[in-house]
Design a binder for this molecule. Structure first.
Ligand code: ADP
Ligand code: TZD
Ligand code: MG
Length: 587
């Protein structure tokens, strides 16, 4: 800070010759193409939000920081630019921290900017307003954490934050903003000169020639090959190259949930409906921007067939991901686009084509499973079950491919994921790697803001409860979001009983037939309460047609769901518990 400007009084200030921390931060973000902030106002960042809006940024204010944070992280996933979440100190910061940790876990770029209290007081633990050593708290949950002590460092700090968030494996970055720094005054010309534009923030990373040759050798041996496509591939935005690799190789492919739509789910090589078969029987698996984590049983166990029966080729930007769970026969370190392109070129004239018998086996299984499913989707059971409701939403999404899908819950998630076909990249946003509940409304807001498209959010009633207050945010910004709450009166099922026989309700049930639709009406949106597939169809079509914030409260049979959806096997149990509670066997 130059001392002559530090002593200035308001009446002496010519805003064209001086600037301050507030404006430098806004200028630094804008210079780097970041034009939206997801935030909750309060000391010391209330004015920062106002000034950002005054300077032409889009500032979306939420009711709770966790949802602002989820929105920022989803913006990062959709755009490949870090989404920015802004919070107040200690409690606001901690509310946002969950979302930043979730972003890091999902490899989504996000910057959490939090105001912080007086450093001198915090460091001596003298009890400042909202005192907390935020920088230290943030570190374990992000890729990098920086504190901005002087206005002159804003340019470089924002540049570092952006590069840390998007280069290599993307993730969360924390930027600590002591309130006093925002008010620091600086010469305008010096200030402008201190800003940094990040050139090529996430450089393409090409795999080495040897690594590509090794992968081709493995592909040549394949008799039952498979490509697993993950959300790292969706993030990479190399949609055309991925498609070319899949089609040139002729390999069946399995999309992980947020990779659905890079190639349409109806593509003839899509093996989603034969998932168990391809995981078990394949002999060579190309992992493309997908980790071999719990979502894929760590690449081991019954699901993967005979031990030692597979060879893995793994494409990932992060070399440390290799061999994390199983041996990787051919690691390809680089971005998905460059690795896929290198494989396409090296495949030429190598005679790579899967045996017909394998493709026929996969197709036969997929067709049989789809036929079985299509009967269930057309049922007219009263009360309505998941399948009937999802049959309706599947048809609507097929007819309206420009609509984005947000999805969370347990049964609501697992069934919607497999039933609703998608045909566009980055069309689906869900609970991600952690299976986190409550991401839905933040994701819906970000999807609408970042793409300008319609959003259909299919939410379990429990999942919705984690973020339901953000319907006010959706109404306030008049976003074209249609929320469908699958209301089965509870977590997994709505028919649980108190095993002690007391008056308290079971731990997993909610108020019966709750009117979530009225929550939306409370803020001026449209509510609908539906009990049949026909009513559901009419309400959702009307919502997507009008673009008005809408909540469709869909009554679902409380007995239709399974404990924990498809992952009930992850619940711990014991022989003692089984002996003590005979009911445990029946859920
Ligand atoms: P899914 O949940 O869909 O299986 P994961 O989140 O487990 O996907 O895996 C995503 C992987 O993609 C991570 O290991 C991450 O390092 C990687 N990744 C992220 N961006 C890129 C990119 N641009 N190119 C290659 N790999 C990437
Ligand atoms: N808290 C958080 C943040 N994430 C979680 N995943 C959970 C708790 C545990 N949990 C699940 O894993 S799914 C779920 C919870 C509470 C809700 C399932 O109920 P739902 O869906 O109503 O959303 P269904 O259709 O009733 O199964
Ligand atoms: Mg439920």
């Amino acid at each position: 800070m130059s001392s002559n400007v530090a002593a200035m009084k308001t009446q002496d200030v010519d805003p064209s010759t001086v600037t301050d921390g507030f404006h430098l931060l806004i200028d630094a973000l804008k210079l780097n193409g970041i034009n939206t902030i997801y935030n909750v106002p309060g000391i010391p960042i209330t004015d920062l939000g106002r000034y950002a809006q005054a300077q032409g940024m889009r500032v979306i204010s939420f009711r709770h920081e966790q949802h602002a944070g989820y929105a920022a992280s989803v913006a990062g996933f959709l755009t490949k630019k870090p989404g920015v979440c802004m919070t107040v100190s200690a409690p606001g910061f901690l509310n946002g921290l969950t979302a930043m940790a979730n972003a890091t876990t999902n490899c989504w770029p996000m910057i959490l900017i939090s105001g912080s209290s007086e450093r001198e007081i915090v460091d001596l633990a003298q009890g400042d307003y909202e005192e907390m050593d935020q920088l230290a708290m943030a570190r374990p949950f992000c890729k990098a954490a920086y504190r901005l002590n002087y206005a002159q460092d804003i340019g470089i700090a924002v540049a570092r934050a952006i590069r840390s968030a998007v280069s290599g494996r993307p993730g969360g970055v924390y930027l600590d903003i002591p309130g006093a720094m925002l008010g620091e005054v600086m010469d305008a010309v010096e200030g402008q000169r201190s800003l940094v534009k990040v050139i090529d923030p996430a450089p393409r990373a090409r795999p080495s020639r040897e690594a590509v040759a090794r992968a081709i050798d493995v592909m040549k041996q394949a008799e039952r090959p498979l490509i697993v496509i993950g959300k790292g591939a969706a993030y990479d935005q190399s949609d055309e190259v991925i498609r070319e690799l899949v089609e040139k190789s002729g390999y069946p492919f399995l999309p992980m949930s947020m990779a659905k739509g890079i190639l349409p789910d109806t593509h003839p090589q899509c093996a989603a409906a034969a998932r168990s078969l391809v995981l078990k029987e394949s002999d060579v698996v190309i992992m493309m921007g997908a980790r071999i984590n719990w979502l894929l049983s760590h690449g081991k166990g019954k699901q993967w067939g005979e031990p030692g029966s597979k060879k893995f080729i793994q494409i990932d930007i992060d070399p440390e991901e290799m061999d994390s769970n199983v041996e990787i026969a051919a690691p390809l370190v680089g971005d998905v686009g460059s690795c896929a392109q290198a494989l396409i070129e090296a495949m030429e004239d190598q005679g790579i084509a899967p045996p017909e018998a394998w493709l026929e086996q996969v197709n036969a299984k997929a067709t049989a499973n789809m036929e079985k499913m299509s009967v269930r989707l057309r049922n007219n059971n009263i009360p309505m079950d998941y399948h009937a409701a999802l049959g309706v939403l599947k048809d609507i999404m097929t007819d309206q491919p420009d609509t984005l899908l947000v999805n969370e819950g347990a049964n609501t998630l697992d069934l919607a994921r497999s039933i609703i076909n998608l045909s566009k990249p980055r069309q689906r946003i869900d609970v991600g790697t952690w299976g986190v509940m409550g991401i839905g409304m933040g994701a819906a807001v970000a999807a609408a803001i970042e793409t300008g498209k319609r959003v259909l959010a299919v939410e379990g009633d429990s999942a919705f409860g984690f973020c339901g207050m953000e319907v006010e945010t959706i109404c306030r910004y008049d976003l074209p979001v249609c929320i469908v709450v699958f209301n089965n009166n509870g977590i997994y099922r709505g028919d649980g009983e108190n095993w002690g026989g007391g008056d308290d309700p079971a731990t997993t049930v909610f108020v019966k037939d709750a009117r979530y639709d009225m929550m939306m009406e409370a803020f001026g949106g449209v509510g609908a309460w539906v009990k049949t597939p026909d009513e559901l169809r009419e309400a959702v079509l009307k919502a997507l047609d009008s673009g008005k914030p809408t909540l469709v409260n869909a009554l679902i049979d409380p007995a239709a769901g399974k404990e924990s959806g498809n992952i009930g096997n992850l619940n711990p149990t014991s022989v003692v518990a089984q002996a003590r509670y005979p009911q445990a066997k029946t859920i």
